[in-house]
Ligand binder design. Structure first.
Ligand code: ZN
Length: 60
């Protein structure tokens, strides 16, 4: 089963709601993934507007 991703935050969601925005709009069609361990020091996180550490997809 494909893992689902929040359409808005692009973070992987394990439960029924997104841990960041609380939304339930998911997508299971995505490409590439990245784990952000320290968003404050990550250039990619800055570009993507990520403000919470976690596992994200690059493209939905
Ligand atoms: Zn979200």
């Amino acid at each position: 089963m494909a893992r689902k991703v929040c359409k808005k935050c692009k973070i992987f969601v394990e439960k029924d709601k997104c841990s960041i925005c609380g939304g339930n709009q998911f997508n299971d069609s995505w490409k590439g993934r990245i784990t952000i361990l320290n968003f404050e020091k990550s250039e990619i996180a800055g570009k993507m507007g990520i403000t919470v550490n976690g596992e994200y997809v690059l493209k939905i």
